[in-house]
Design a binder for this molecule. Sequence first.
Ligand code: GAL
Length: 822
Amino acid sequence: MMRNRGRPVAALVSSLALVWSFLALPAAAQAAPPPPTLAATPPMGFNNWNAFGCDVNERLIKETADVLVSSGLKDAGYRYVNIDDCWSLRERGPDGRLVPDPAKFPGGIEGVADYVHDKGLKLGIYGDAGTKTCAGYPGSLGHEELDARTWADWGVDYLKYDNCNNQSDGSQEDYIRRYTAMRQALDKTGRVIVYSICEWGTSQPWTWAKGIGHLWRTTGDISDNWASLRSIIRQNAPLAPYAGPGHWNDPDMMEIGNGGMTATEYRTHMSMWAMMAAPLIIGTDLRTASAETLSILGNRALIAIDQDRLGVQGAVVSDENGLMVLDKPLANGDRAIALYNSTDTLATVSVATAGTGLRPAGAYRLTDVWSGAETQVKSTISAGVPAHGTVVYRVRPLRDPAHVAPAVAVGAELGTVVPGPTGGGTLTTTVTNRGVGTIRDLSVAAHVPEGWTAAPLSSAERARLATDTTLRTTWRLNVPAGTPAGHYPVDITASYRWGPRHRPATTSSQIIATVVTAPEDGRRHLSTISPVTSANATGPVEADQSNGGALENDGNLITIAGHVYQRGLGTTTGSELRYYLGGRCSRLVTDVGLDDEAQGGPATFTVYADDTAAATSGPVAAGEAPKPLTADLTGAAWLRLVAESPTSGTHTDWAKPVLTCGDVPDDSPILPQSQTLFSFESGTEGFTIANPGDGGTVTQSPSFHTEGANGLAVSTPVAGNWFGRTLAAPVDLSGRTMLKFDLKAGDVGTVGEIAVQVGESFTWCQGGLWTWTNPHSSRTVTERFDQISCPVGVTLDRSDIRAVWVFLNTGGEVLIDDIRAE
Ligand code: GAL
């Protein structure tokens, strides 16, 4: 039965092929029909790097292949399962070939390829156009042919080719040479292999790589945070003219599902990748992915836009004030239009249809790719788009708009909100009818958090709202006194009727209200007060440390011309910090200067009271002594700290800034108050070693100190020891919440811990907080009392502290100072 059915089908296929070649001949007498383009649409698949880094193995790749099939993502188009760096041994084999690490890939790459192919999927691998990969495994520079042949022999279908250790002179010619060498080597194998060029956009590959690679990275590595996503979109979007079937811009693999962004941001990620015809390479652990992650990655309407066979990357048709509109033509004549809001608040994003590639028509039908909702517009596509959000419509001309709901855009603006009867805030809402036909019985409502009120100061209703007209309403928001500073959602809903049958409909948008509160009375370290907004060139502004690098909490103690501070703000130019004062503060006193950890500058520090420069440093050079500034803030609603430099990213410190608010004496204590236990000004202050047999010494030393002129140098045994002392009399630290000390590591990193002995029994209570530091780096080690644990049955009685110890190890000299309670 089976055999009988099989044969006629095969015969039919071959006779059709015959007819085709016969018919094709006269039309294209000389030229053979062009071979089908590889990567005719942007490649789709998975790569382990973003979620696993070097932690790659056979099991992960096989299980991912399983999930691609079982989750339906394979059916949605995801085909390539790609292995990134770290899959091989550190040395080539005796025959010169790359060797899969047998611990990670016991069945070899060939085994994984077979497994993946059996599932109808394809396998990708990673190599490097240098002497070593980024993680230090063998690179393919000078081994192109052998490596390409090895991969082809294994059944590899996709190569990502990186750029570390490239021995390059940096010229574009060299990039072209190195990446072409692998292109030619791949061609020689005769195997069909997608070639993904990964040189991070360094040599502008979009200008030369068409015809060499099927895709090329346009930027540095993505990371799982909003700043990275926003910056990559900004770099990749203008490159639209360079993309097309078989040659794509690659803004890097996706981070969707990895946890560092909100669902709104991940939807923007998927939306903009589809609009930019980007390769869709999943970078999350699919085996544990949430339903939400799978639904974002599996959005068929967006995949259809990304994979559209016309193969055109969406063009930027407008880009102003952080609002961007992209327009992507599609094979069936539709266009995909994206309204992208990269700002931090709700915004109405609009584009006239005449400003897009849509052909002139009386009306257009919009299909929202996330909700599926269908609406119509006359001549402007517009929506209220949440902060960091993207709305994507599939758009086509519409002949009879009467039966499709009109598109109504709901927008809002809201400044900061101050709690209490004299505070409040002003909300402005706009409702705009973009559809053909009047909407009726419009009413607008603002849904505020419980206890708040929103009262319209102008009408929030309109009997009829014609096409392209707006109802604008101003609202007075009142927020109860005592509401904590923070972010609160306010939903705005427009309800109305449309069409001949007066059908009811609603459209909503959400705006986030920022509640600010003035600091309490007293003199306070500014680093303990949260700014309302904080902008910085490199990573986040750091509290009580210098800026360091791009990560949070990666600075050193603030150090200006050798002067080390326990308190302050580490920024990089151009930075701006805004604090709400509510007219309740009088003065800011601070030192400023360039941090010793990095050169740059000169930089200028300015303290603004509202819009008035209340104190300014003038240009400060690297290595210059700290400059004191005093700013009069009387009556100001806002304090702003601005550091500027011709060299962006200069490390600028606001050292020991103290803010005075309310009516307090000039000599009132600076909060939070701290009580010094040991400052080592008079010697080693009786410091001893808990386990003398384990080794170590202590000496007073001027070479590192935070306050005063001296600190303590400790020589530590590699395995560590406790340094400290029994106190002459019990110390009462009730009311204090934490212990701290300042530390500078020696040639190697070190570990700091604090322990106390309590009560008559001298019971040891110690924390589990170990702080690793880099060689020569400096830190304040902090241990909260509520994180210190005592033996079972003992409570940490802060009023009866009998001894204080710090633990230091790794060998060599460690410098410490100012052991204190706060
Ligand atoms: C980078 C590349 C990353 C990843 C990494 C592996 O150069 O951009 O995507 O492949 O190397 O070490």
